[in-house]
Structures are given as C-alpha cells and as structure tokens.
Design a protein around this ligand. Structure first.
Ligand code: NAD
Length: 453
C-alpha cells in the first residue's frame, strides 16, 4: 500500500480548511468505494463520510485506504416478523453493521427507533470505530438498529422482537466477534434478552456477548451512568482549559434519556447550574438552575420533563440557542445545522449524542470560537465502561465501583489530553484532532496486519 505511517501530530493543517458548503454527497467517498459507503441522503452517513474525508486529506492517505475506511466490513439486513399480543403479525426491518474490526471485535449499541435505516446504522458504526481507537480500546466499530417505535409495543412484544433480531444476526455476533450495548430505545433488559437468546442457542451462559446488562447477569457497576459521567469529565477538562470550573458554568441538556438525565444529575452534583433540559415532548428552563433530582421524580411520574412546575416551558429548538455556557446535545443526530449554528450562544458544545452536529454546523461553530468536544471523545465513557464490563465478564471477576470510576476518569482525561494536544499543536478543532488520532490508529492496524491474501 502506498500509504506510509503518518503521524497525526504533524499531518494536520496540510490543507487549508474548506468552508461554507457541505461537499456534494457523491464526493466524500472515492469512486472506487461501493454503494454501502455512499450516503443516499444528507443524514448522519454524509456527516460521517465528510469527517472521514477531511481526516484522510490531512493524513495524506491514498484512495485505496480511504475506500477501505469508508466502507463497512460486513453488514446484515434482517426481516423481523412480530406476533403481536392481539394475534396479528407485523414486520420490522433490522440491521447490524460492522464498520471495522481490524483492532478487535466490533463494538456498538442497538437502537430501536422508527427512523432507523441502514445509512444511519453505517454512520453510527463508523463513529464507533474512531471512538474505540481514540480511547484505545481493543475494539472495532459496529452498530445495530431496528426500525420500530418501542413506545407502541408491550414488554412481551419487545422481548419477541429482540429475540428474533438476535437469532437472525447470531452468526455475526459474539464476545470475540461483535458486542452489543444499549442505545436509543433499548436498555439493560434488552441486553439481558440478547444475552439469553445467544446463550441458550450456544448451550451455555455467555455474558460477554453484550454490555450494559443488568448486574445480576454479569453487568458492571457504573455502566448505567458511564456515558454521562464521561460527558462531565470531558466538559470539565474543556472548560478547565479556559481557567474555569464546573461550578462556574450554566448548562443546557437536550435529551433526558439514559445519557441526558444522568448527565444533568452529575452536572448538578458537580456544582454546575443545569438551567434547561428537554426531551422529545418539549423542554423546561429555570435561570439559576433546575433541581434535577426533583425533575427526575417528575419524569418518573409523568414520562416527560414537560409540565415540571418548578421551571418554565421551553421549546426544544430554543434550548439549543439558549444563553448558557455549556450545551450538551444528548438526544439524536443532526440537531445543530447550518440553520441554527450561528445562533448557538454556548461557549462549549459537549456531544453526549452521536453525530448531533452536521459538518457545516461544525465549521460555523469553529469560526465563531465555540469549542465542540466531539462525540467520539465526549461520549466515549459508555464504551469505556462497556469494555470494563466485558473484561470483568471474561475473567469472572468483578471490580468495585470506585475502581471503575477511577479507571474511567483516567481514560477519559488521558484521551482528552491527547486530543487537545493535537488540536493545539495543529491548530485544528477538537473533532479534527480526535479523527486524526482515531483514523490514524485504525489505518495503522490495517497496515500492520497486511492484506489477505
Ligand atoms: P434514550 O432513548 O435513553 O434517550 C433519548 C432521549 O432523547 C429521550 O429523552 C428522548 O425523549 C429524547 N429525544 C428524542 N428525540 C428528541 C428530539 N428531537 N429533541 C429532544 N429530545 C429528543 O437514548 P440514550 O441512550 O440516552 O442515547 C442518546 C444519545 O446518546 C444517542 O445519540 C446515542 O447514540 C448516544 N449515546 C448513548 C450511549 C449510551 O450508553 N446509552 C453511549 C454513547 C452515545
């Protein structure tokens, strides 16, 4: 291969930053790449491919390496018939994509959401590849999804969907092949069903096939809050670079699910003022800070942050442009775009969600001096503790919560420092620096392994 190892710390800045327009979708992957690398719409895959193309240019890699890194290694598309509780049958589409497995087994979540499609899953799998490399985990990147709105189905129906999906993708997964975890619309119980289905079919208990499991079937202490804890570590490291502490900042969090609700709680416990949060139904705002534990009680009772009496109502879109210091998008992709990025007032955007910022919004934010702590760094705490869970399951030996918290903090801060160092030296945004590190590490694994045959 023509590529030679390029040190990301010297390669950045080789080309001036392109500006203003997103490149035409067809141009972000080389001609030699297959359709599975080519975005069909301006969604998350276009963002992911644009990010990769930028890193490839800076690293000086050739078209062959670009095509290889732009293209999923394996993917499976499955039909999932569900026998509903009323006896009727409904069909769903599911996917599992292994973007890259050169550094180890595929690792990535399972998403249940009505808008899931294969392009979204490909993008999420690619981001997992760079993320695992940035935090130096021995994993590749993968992701799964089923196009279903879980709110419309009973627990028994969701169990049947999960077990059927698992059995359909069975040849692709396993503790040494591809390891699932919760994502939007799935949780620890979903992982228990996946683990049980896989284990029953193999004939013995195999906890390492999933992470984010309940504790009683081999889950890890600290996993439920790990992504959010990592977001707070990343935010804290970023604002400390400007001489501030968490107690100096006002925070807005979009999304109040597994990531957003714990992040809001941990920001609050760390002294930050959480002034606004939202979920898909709407948001709430209170200058001076929301009492997050009381909001959590309200959400447990009503299912939404909307209607919380101790704060004012706030439109979901308005949260993104609120006058706060730290904005944490922790819901879905593509919420910061060229249409609202110039109105963002926060000084820091810390990406709890995967892909919340489009490529063009990134440029606008960078030009305005807004620091974006990118998803592949900021929300890596989840996969870090998933790795700890997998290691513990493989060894059948369990660590204390304090051990897990300390090791998570060390890994997050070490990764943040490495990314910030490249960003400073090369005068590039944190996302570009993180991508340079991640893409370079994956490319290096390809070169070292060589091409077979
Ligand atoms: P979740 O299903 O638990 O919560 C999602 C939340 O987002 C819900 O509160 C929902 O109401 C809200 N939401 C959905 N659409 C919205 C919209 N348009 N505007 C505002 N809020 C909206 O999912 P999660 O696990 O918390 O995942 C959230 C994000 O974090 C996703 O991008 C996911 O990929 C990413 N992530 C999750 C983990 C993890 O460990 N769960 C790890 C890394 C990254």
């Amino acid at each position: 291969m023509a590529d030679t190892a390029v040190d990301p710390t010297t390669a950045a800045g080789r080309e001036p930053r392109e500006h203003s327009q997103d490149p035409p979708l067809a141009d972000v992957v080389p001609d030699v790449a297959p359709d599975s690398a080519r975005p069909t719409h301006a969604g998350p895959l276009a963002t992911a491919q644009t990010q990769l193309a930028g890193a490839i240019r800076r690293l000086g890699f050739d078209e062959g390496m670009h095509a290889m890194l732009a293209t999923p290694r394996r993917e499976i598309n499955v039909a999932i018939p569900l026998r509903r509780d009323d006896g009727t049958t409904e069909l769903f589409h599911g996917f599992r994509v292994q973007h890259n497995v050169s550094r180890g087994p595929g690792k990535g979540g399972l998403r249940y959401h009505p808008s899931v499609d294969v392009d979204e899953v490909r993008a999420l799998a690619m981001w997992m590849t760079w993320k695992c490399a940035v935090v130096e985990l021995p994993y590749g990147g993968a992701k799964g999804g089923v196009a279903i709105d879980p709110r419309n189905y009973s627990t028994a129906e969701l169990e049947r969907v999960t077990r059927r999906y698992t059995s359909e993708i069975m040849p692709m997964i396993g503790p040494e092949r591809d390891i699932m975890a919760p994502d939007i619309g799935t949780d620890a119980q979903t992982m228990a069903w996946v683990m049980d289905t896989y284990s029953v079919n193999r004939g013995y208990t195999i906890p390492g096939v999933v992470t984010g499991k309940p504790l009683e079937v081999g889950g890890s202490l600290g996993r439920a809050t790990a992504t959010s804890q990592g977001v707070v570590h990343a935010a804290s490291a970023a604002i400390r670079e400007q001489g501030l502490e968490l107690s100096d900042v006002r925070v807005a969090v979009q999304g109040f699910g597994k990531v957003g609700s714990h992040a809001a709680a941990i920001f609050g416990q760390s002294g930050a003022r959480v002034e606004a949060v939202s979920d898909q139904y709407g948001g709430v705002h209170r200058s001076g800070g929301i009492d997050v534990p009381r909001l959590l009680d309200h959400v447990r009772e009503t299912g939404s942050v909307v209607g919380f009496a101790e704060a004012d109502p706030l439109g979901n879109a308005d949260l993104l442009t609120l006058d706060v210091d730290v904005l944490v998008p922790a819901a879905v992709e593509g919420v910061l775009t060229h249409e609202n990025a110039d109105q963002v007032k926060a000084r820091w955007v810390v990406e709890g969600a995967n892909g919340p910022t489009t490529a063009r919004a990134d440029e606008i934010l960078a030009d305005r001096g807004v620091v974006v702590v990118p998803d592949i760094l900021a929300n890596a705490g989840g996969v870090v503790v998933s790795y700890f869970e997998w290691v513990q399951a493989q060894q059948a030996y369990w660590w204390t919560e304090t051990e897990i918290e300390q090791r998570l903090a060390e890994r997050m801060l070490h990764a943040y420092d490495a990314v910030a160092e490249v960003a400073r030296r090369e005068q590039v945004p944190l996302r570009d620096a993180a991508l340079l590190i991640g893409v370079q590490r994956v490319a290096q694994a390809h070169r070292t392994r060589g091409l077979y045959p």
